[in-house]
Design a protein around this ligand. Structure first.
Ligand SMILES: Nc1nc2c(ncn2[C@@H]2O[C@H](COP(=O)(O)OP(=O)(O)OP(=O)(O)O)[C@@H](O)[C@H]2O)c(=O)[nH]1
Ligand SMILES: [Mg+2]
Length: 603
C-alpha cells in the first residue's frame, strides 16, 4: 500500500484494498520542481531537458506546468520525447515499463512566492538553479516580510530552507539512515557558464559554489555534485544535459516512495483523466467524474464511495485538486488553479492593464477585492463557464487562504486579499490607538519563533484569526489588517484588543487593555488565544504537509516585537530576565501570567 494511502482514513484504506483485490500494477511518476531566482534560466533549462529549442522563452508568469510531456523507459533508462498521441499505441497496462515525468517550472519573481507555496510538495525532486555568472557571497536571506533579497546567495538559502519545510521524517528508512540523506532531494544546476570566459575564473566559481553548498545546514538534501552548463550553447553541453537526465532518474529511483502499487482500475481512470486534460478539459463536475469512472474500460461503481477515495489519493499526490467539502467540481489539471491564482497574485509587469484602476489602488491599500475587479481579473486567464464555476473558483481561493471573506459593521461582505496589501509601518498603525495613555496596559509579547517561516504562512495564520475574532474597524470602518499585521477586538466594548504581527521568522502577539483608570498590569488571561495560534500553526503545517520547528518565547510589554534580544523561553530554565529596553527586570512567572493558564511551578 502506498504511504499516502496509509495516511488516509480507515474507510479510504478499505476502498483501496477492495479495489486492489481486482488487480494491481506499479505506476511510476516523477515530479520535478524547477526553482531559483528570477532570470537564472529555469525555463530554458526545462526546454533543454525536454530536448527543445529555447527561442521565444519569456519570464514565467506564475508557474509553468509541463506534465506528462515526457516518459522515461525504465529498462533502457532512456528519456522519450514524443507526444501523448504517439504513446497511445502503448497499452495502458504497460505502466511498469515507463515513468511519467511532470515538470513544474516556478516563476522566480518574488511576487509569486505566496502562491508557489501551495504547490510545493515533498513528493518531488527539486532542481535548484543558480546563475553562475552572478555573485553568491551573501549567504543569509533578509526579512521575508519585505521580500528583500540582495544577493543570489540569499535565494539559495531561501529555497533550501523552503524545501526543507517539506522534509519528511524518513528516519526508519534503512537507506536514509545509512546515507544520512534527507528528502525531498535537491539537484543543483549552475547555468550561464558560457558567460564566464576565463577558465581560471570558471573553475574558481565552480569551487566556491561547491563549498557554499557543502557547508550549508540543509546540505543533506543535495544529491551529487552540482551540474554546470549553458542553456544557450546546448550543442556544447549536450553531454551535461544527458548526465543530468540520468541523475534525475537515479535520484527518483532512490526515493522511498518510488513506484506506487495501485489498483489497476485506478490507473485506468488516471489515464482517462489524462485524456480529458489532453482535450483541454481542466475542470469537471463531480457528476462528470462519476460518469467517467463508470464508463471506462475497468469501471468504478457510481454508488460506491471508491471514486472519492481515488480522488483523495490523486489530490494527496498532487495530480488533481479535490476537496471533500466542496466536491461540486474537480480540478483535473493543477494548471487551472495556477491560472486562477495568477489572476490575483501576480507581478506588476503582468498586471499592467489594472494598475491604474481605482479598484486596484483600493486592493493595494486596503486589501479589498471588489466584485467588479474579481470579474475583470478572472477574465484575463481563465474561461469560467457559469456563475457556479466562478463561485467555485472563489471557494477554492478561500480554501487556500488567498482571499478571505469579511463582514463589516453594517453587514456588508467583502473579499480581502491579505497578501496584496502594501506594507505600512508598525508605528503608523499603532499610533492610531493611543497606547501611551495611562489607562492602557499592554500585555507581554508572546512570540512563536520559527526556524524558517515560509512566505504566505503568516497569511494563513492571519486568516484563522479573521475567521475566529472580530476584526477591529478603523475610523472609516475598514478592517485593521495590513501586510503582516492584524488587530482584533476581544470584547464587545472594544476595551481589549489583540495585535498579531509578523517579523522575521516570528509571529508575535500582544493584548491591549483599555481601563477607566490607571492600571499596572494586564488582568485578562489569554491562554485561549495562544492555543488558537499554536493549534492553527500545527493545522496549517498538516494541511500543507510541512514540517517546521518552532519555539515559544515571551518578551516584556514594552519591548519591540521584532527583536529577538531579551526574550525568554516559555518553558526554559531561565526564570528572570533584565530588560535593557526600559531598564527593568521581569520574572518568567510574571510574563507567563497573561498567556498561560497554569501558573509556573519553580523546580
Ligand atoms: N548566456 C546565457 N544565457 C542564458 C542561459 N540560460 C538562460 N539564459 C538567458 O537568460 C534569460 C532568462 O532565462 P529564463 O529561462 O526565462 O529564466 P527563468 O529563470 O525562467 O526566469 P523567470 O521565469 O523570470 O523566473 C533569457 O534571456 C535566456 O536566454 C545560459 O545558460 N547562458
Ligand atoms: Mg521562467
Amino acid at each position: 500500500m502506498p504511504n499516502v494511502v496509509k495516511e488516509m482514513s480507515v474507510h479510504d484504506r478499505d476502498m483501496f484494498l477492495k479495489a486492489a483485490c481486482t488487480g494491481t500494477a506499479v505506476r511510476y511518476y516523477i515530479r520535478i520542481m524547477i526553482v531559483g531566482e528570477s532570470r537564472v534560466g529555469k525555463t530554458c533549462l526545462l526546454r533543454r531537458l525536454m530536448n527543445e529549442s529555447i527561442t521565444g522563452v519569456n519570464s514565467t508568469n506564475g508557474i509553468n506546468i509541463e506534465v506528462r510531456k515526457c516518459k522515461i523507459d525504465l529498462q533502457k533508462k532512456e528519456w522519450i520525447f514524443v507526444s501523448e498521441d504517439e504513446f497511445s499505441s502503448i497499452s495502458q497496462y504497460q505502466t511498469q515499463q515507463y515513468a511519467d515525468c511532470g515538470f513544474w517550472d516556478f516563476a522566480g519573481q518574488k511576487d509569486f512566492y505566496a502562491t508557489h507555496q501551495t504547490f510545493l510538495s515533498t513528493n518531488a525532486i527539486y532542481l535548484l538553479v543558480v546563475d553562475m555568472s552572478k555573485d553568491f557571497t551573501n549567504k543569509s536571506f533578509k526579512e521575508m516580510v519585505e521580500n528583500k533579497f540582495d544577493r543570489s546567495g540569499e535565494y539559495i538559502d531561501f529555497w533550501l530552507e523552503n524545501i526543507h519545510c517539506y522534509a519528511i521524517n524518513d528516519d526508519n528508512q534503512a537507506s536514509v539512515q545509512q546515507t544520512n540523506m534527507w528528502n525531498p532531494p535537491v539537484i543543483i544546476v549552475g547555468t550561464k557558464v558560457d558567460k564566464i570566459q576565463n577558465d581560471e575564473q570558471k573553475s574558481e566559481k565552480m569551487k566556491s559554489i561547491i563549498e557554499l553548498f557543502r557547508h550549508h545546514t540543509n546540505f543533506n538534501h543535495i544529491r551529487g555534485s552540482p551540474y554546470f552548463l549553458s542553456n544557450t550553447e546546448a550543442w556544447n553541453h549536450e553531454l551535461k544535459l544527458k548526465k543530468l537526465r540520468e541523475q534525475i532518474l537515479e535520484v527518483a529511483m532512490d526515493i522511498p516512495k518510488w513506484g506506487d502499487n495501485l489498483p489497476t482500475r485506478w490507473i485506468v481512470l488516471e489515464r482517462e483523466i489524462e485524456n480529458k486534460i489532453a482535450e483541454e478539459k481542466y475542470i469537471i463536475s463531480y457528476e462528470e467524474a462519476q460518469q467517467l469512472a463508470e464508463n471506462c474500460s475497468f469501471p468504478i461503481n457510481k454508488t460506491d464511495s471508491e471514486l472519492d477515495s481515488f480522488l483523495k489519493y490523486e489530490h494527496e499526490i498532487g495530480n488533481l485538486i479535490f476537496f471533500d467539502n466542496i466536491k461540486r467540481y474537480i480540478i483535473l489539471e493543477p494548471k487551472w488553479l495556477v491560472n486562477i491564482f495568477k489572476c490575483f497574485v501576480s507581478a506588476t509587469e503582468f498586471q499592467s492593464e489594472f494598475v491604474d484602476m481605482e479598484e486596484w489602488t483600493q486592493l493595494e491599500s486596503t486589501g479589498i477585492l471588489s466584485d467588479s475587479l474579481i470579474t475583470k481579473l478572472l477574465e484575463k486567464e481563465v474561461k469560467l463557464h457559469s456563475a457556479e464555476q466562478r463561485n467555485f473558483a472563489l471557494q477554492i481561493m478561500e480554501t487556500f487562504n488567498i482571499i478571505v471573506k469579511h463582514t463589516n459593521k453594517e453587514g456588508k461582505k467583502n473579499y480581502y486579499m491579505p497578501c496584496m496589501i502594501k506594507a505600512s509601518s508598525y508605528d503608523d498603525i499603532i499610533n492610531k490607538f493611543n497606547l501611551n495613555s495611562s489607562t492602557c496596559t499592554r500585555s507581554p509579547w508572546f512570540r512563536l519563533v520559527f526556524k524558517f517561516l515560509p512566505p504566505a504562512f503568516f497569511n494563513h495564520i492571519l486568516v484563522t484569526f479573521i475567521k475566529k475574532y472580530v476584526v477591529c474597524p478603523t475610523k472609516d470602518d475598514k478592517p485593521s489588517f495590513y501586510r503582516g499585521i492584524g488587530i482584533f477586538n476581544l470584547d464587545e466594548n472594544d476595551c481589549q484588543k489583540l495585535i498579531v504581527c509578523l517579523s522575521k521568522n516570528c509571529v508575535a502577539m500582544q493584548v491591549w487593555e483599555f481601563h477607566h483608570e490607571e492600571q499596572q498590569i494586564c488582568h485578562g488571561n489569554y491562554s485561549n488565544i495562544r492555543k488558537h495560534l499554536e493549534d492553527n500553526v500545527d493545522l496549517i503545517q498538516k494541511k500543507y504537509k510541512m514540517n517546521i520547528d518552532y519555539t515559544s518565547h515571551l518578551k516584556c510589554s514594552k519591548g519591540m516585537y521584532d527583536k529577538e534580544a531579551e526574550q525568554i523561553a516559555c518553558d526554559g530554565i531561565k526564570i528572570k530576565i533584565s530588560c535593557s529596553e526600559h531598564g527593568a527586570s521581569h520574572t518568567l512567572e510574571e510574563l507567563r501570567r497573561t498567556w498561560f493558564d497554569v501558573s509556573f511551578v519553580y523546580e
